[in-house]
Design a protein around this ligand. Structure first.
Ligand code: FES
Length: 109
C-alpha cells in the first residue's frame, strides 16, 4: 500500500514525511518533497547523504539505484545501521503490498 518515510534532524526533530515511490532514491524523493538531504557524488562515494536508520530497516534497499562500493556497518541483527540516501530506496515489494509501513531516517549532518 504505502511506505511513509520520515526524515529527522540529527537532534531527532522531525523535518518532514513523504510517501515512497518505486525506482527513486530516498534523496530524490526527499528533494521532490522539499526536504533537504545534502548530496554530492550521488555514487555512494562521499558519505554526505548518509542517514541513520532509526526504524523500518527491513523495508530499505541499500542498492536501489546502484550497487554499493562498500557495504555499510550492520547491527547485531544484521540490519544496516546507515543508508546512503543517494542510491538507497525502498524495496518494491513493500511499496506494492497491501499494508502500510514506516521508515524513520535521521540525518547525520
Ligand atoms: S551523495 Fe555521496 S554517497 Fe550519497
Amino acid at each position: 500500500m504505502t511506505v511513509t518515510i520520515t526524515i529527522q534532524q540529527p537532534t531527532g526533530e522531525k523535518i518532514g514525511s513523504f510517501i515512497a515511490e518505486d525506482n527513486r532514491s530516498i534523496s530524490q524523493m526527499a528533494e521532490k518533497n522539499n526536504i533537504d538531504i545534502p548530496v554530492s557524488c550521488c555514487q555512494w562515494a562521499c558519505y554526505v547523504c548518509a542517514c541513520k536508520v532509526k526504524w523500518g530497516n527491513k523495508y530499505i534497499q541499500i542498492d536501489k539505484i546502484m550497487p554499493p562500493a562498500i557495504l555499510p556497518e550492520r547491527d547485531t541483527e544484521g540490519n544496516f545501521k546507515e543508508i546512503m540516501t543517494c542510491v538507497g530506496g525502498i524495496k518494491s515489494e513493500y511499496i506494492k503490498d497491501q499494508e502500510n509501513h514506516e521508515v524513520i531516517l535521521e540525518k547525520l549532518i
